[in-house]
Write a protein of this length. Structure first.
Length: 227
């Protein structure tokens, strides 16, 4: 089985080499450098990873889509994506891919069984609100709608290439599109480490998450009224 790990990265020179080297134990690796101003690209290349570079910062969703296009073109069977800042442990890639069968999207959940330690408050709040809304909108019994550690089957990947969102809400939009197309989604627990480094997720991201999920809710009710 051919597996590709996509690592969307923006100014991650401190962690990228370690993340790539760990992921290479389990899969081929593509680093999508989303317009970094530091040595993210060169360090990724030093590890032997394929590096795809955006000249300007487009957003995490755009970086994942660039990786998905590459995976589909190269005929990989499964696509993993995880963050490049070291918060996700690539040694859990086998946990995510083992026994995946007909599952189209598998989420590495930080909340499956217990809450992660040291998660910033704004991320905990936004994830709690949006996950409850996404459960209602999609029908999936999920615990972590915003997790960036996932496996996607290559056969389902083309459905996610036309999602217009390019930022952090892309990962929630994937779940909505999966439900609209009757895909199978499940979860498996993963650990997650939060350092004292500044988070790329800001307060306005939290607001954006909530507004996005509420807009999906309005869209769903609008469809019901037309029926």
């Amino acid at each position: 089985m051919k597996i590709l790990t996509i690592i969307p990265a923006y100014n991650e020179e401190k962690a990228i080499k370690e993340v790539v080297r760990s992921a290479q134990n389990y899969s081929d690796v593509v680093v999508v450098d989303d317009g970094s101003k530091d040595r993210t690209s060169s360090l990724g290349q030093e590890t032997g990873a394929i590096v795809l570079k955006h000249q300007n910062n487009k957003g995490k969703g755009a970086a994942i889509k660039t990786g998905l296009k590459y995976a589909v073109k190269k005929n990989y069977d499964l696509i993993v994506h995880l963050d490049g800042d070291g918060q996700h442990d690539p040694s859990f890639i086998p946990n995510l891919v083992n026994g995946i069968g007909d599952v189209d999207v598998r989420i590495g959940s930080r909340f499956y069984g217990k809450s992660p330690q040291n998660m910033p408050l704004q991320r905990r709040l936004s994830n709690g609100i949006t996950t409850h809304l996404m459960r209602y909108l999609t029908g999936y019994n999920i615990t972590d709608s915003q997790s960036g550690f996932r496996v996607i089957s290559t056969k389902s990947a083309p459905l996610f290439l036309n999602i217009p969102s390019n930022d952090y809400i892309y990962e929630s939009e994937v779940l909505f599109q999966a439900s609209e197309n009757n895909l199978i989604v499940d979860e498996t627990p993963i650990p997650c480490t939060y350092s004292k480094e500044k988070s790329h997720v800001k307060t306005w991201h939290v607001f954006h998450y909530v507004v996005f999920t509420l807009s999906l809710l309005v869209r769903k009710f609008g469809r019901r009224l037309k029926m």
